[in-house]
Design a protein around this ligand. Structure first.
Ligand code: CA
Length: 433
């Protein structure tokens, strides 16, 4: 088998033009369903999806172990995640062989057309059964901006540069890209109001985040080193941590976010494996001279951050009616996040919390130093004081019913081009109240 994934070779499946971000150097995985096909795993190549169940049944993975072949026939990623990095490398090596220029096994197979389905015909699902979901707060720009709005005299709390801050989220309301999101109702009390009231949130927001899918975990009572954690991260996917800011402002003290963030979290369908992100890895974590050094359990000389371009786009209901394209709300980069993915996972397990295959943790809102790189409306409009004009003539302080938020991203490929991250899309439906 060929194991060198860095060579800029082309697939025999067309991957040029708009599909160039889904070439042989990428091969993201998703759980999908399509007409005549129950839920299953697929690999994106160009504008096509390789049906892993059918390809396995056709014998194209016979060089892999029984466990690996069984994992490829499951509807979700958990069994594959549990197998760990050596199996992931074998599977993707075989995929690059099958889809590469020198191998006729799939290309000339009598059932090739039934194994490679058009991407437009598939429906993307949440890629794994996510048992637990945790959301971190790893952007120093986001933490400082939000802190300065709520606590002007004390924006960054004294623990922030020492401990990766996070909270346990809610796995039951994680939905796949394209799923409608209902505006939540909740309890809120504007500062000028005498009493709290219950009703539809008046300050719906998105949060642009990067999510990480966990592979093999750790037994309860045992921890993971940063290096061990880095080997247990399967891959990345864009995440929108929808937030009801008025509910959040009233409830978040003293125990942190609760109902303001547990009504919906949208994830992209396509998961980019870490083994395709070699060209995006950068030495990390980034620290300034006056920042405290991480405690020893959060330190590993081989640790890495990720150079990922990330964007938020918006399209209102009126824009859709008038045929206006989505407008870009913000554009940033993941590079200067304060905590690395491996630090977040190692910290999560450091007290003995059991991590399991299919657990999801997200980075927290990705914001940069400029206004244009702020990854949520709260920061982008500075709590509604700097509204944003849309091409339909309206303006936004927070999100309105009918607004669709689209998260997009890309990464440098080790082969020289760019990988397109799977997009994460969700539209706000009116409250049921
Ligand atoms: Ca968040």
């Amino acid at each position: 088998m060929s194991t060198d994934a860095s060579l800029p070779r082309s697939s025999w499946v067309p991957t040029s033009g708009a599909e160039s971000g889904f070439g042989l150097d990428h091969l993201p995985i998703a759980s999908f369903s399509a007409e005549g096909r129950g839920r299953r795993l697929g690999i994106r190549i160009g504008a096509h999806v390789l049906d892993l169940a059918r390809a396995t049944e056709a014998g194209l993975f016979d060089g892999l172990s029984v466990q690996e072949r069984e994992a490829l026939r499951k509807p979700e990623m958990n069994a594959l995640l549990a197998l760990g990095a050596p199996s992931w490398a074998r599977v993707w090596s075989r995929l690059r062989e099958l889809l590469g220029p020198d191998c006729p096994a799939l290309r000339d197979h009598a059932d090739c057309k039934s194994m490679l389905v058009p991407e437009w015909g598939v429906s993307l699902r949440v890629p794994a059964h996510i048992g637990d979901y945790t959301d971190f707060y790893a952007s120093i720009h986001h933490a400082t901006n939000v802190g300065s709005m709520f606590r002007p005299d004390n924006p960054l709390l004294p623990n922030w540069k020492h401990v990766p801050i996070g909270y346990h989220g809610r796995a039951s309301t994680i939905v796949a890209t394209g799923t409608a999101v209902r505006r939540p109702s909740g309890q809120r009390k504007p500062p000028e109001a005498a009493e709290p009231t219950f009703g539809p949130s008046q300050s719906m927001d998105h949060e642009l985040e990067m999510g990480f899918l966990v592979g093999p975990g750790n037994p309860m009572g045992q921890s993971l080193s940063v290096e061990e954690a880095s080997q247990r991260i399967f891959g990345v996917l864009l995440v929108n941590d929808w937030s009801a800011r008025d509910v959040q402002a009233w409830e978040y003290q003293p125990l942190g976010p609760f109902l303001a963030k547990n009504f919906a979290t949208t994830v992209a369908g396509w998961v980019t494996p870490m083994l395709s992100l070699g060209g995006a890895k950068r030495p990390g974590p980034i620290r300034r001279a006056d920042d405290p050094a991480p405690l020893p359990y959060l330190r590993w000389p081989g640790d890495w951050g990720l150079d990922l371009d990330v964007e938020v786009w918006i399209q209102s209901a009126v824009m859709r009616e008038r045929g206006l394209e989505p407008m870009r709300l913000s554009a940033g980069n993941y590079t200067d996040m304060f905590w690395t993915p491996s630090q977040m996972l190692a910290h999560h397990a450091s007290g003995g919390c059991a991590m399991q295959p299919g657990d999801l943790f997200a980075s927290g809102t990705i914001s940069g130093p400029t206004k244009e790189s702020r990854g949520c409306m709260l920061e982008r409009t500075w709590r509604g004081t700097e509204p944003i004009a849309l091409p339909d003539g309206t303006e936004r302080k927070f999100l309105q019913d009918g607004d669709e938020i689209i998260l997009r991203g890309s990464a440098p490929s080790s082969g020289g081009g760019r990988l397109t991250l799977g997009e994460c899309r969700g539209r706000i439906e009116p409250s049921q109240h």
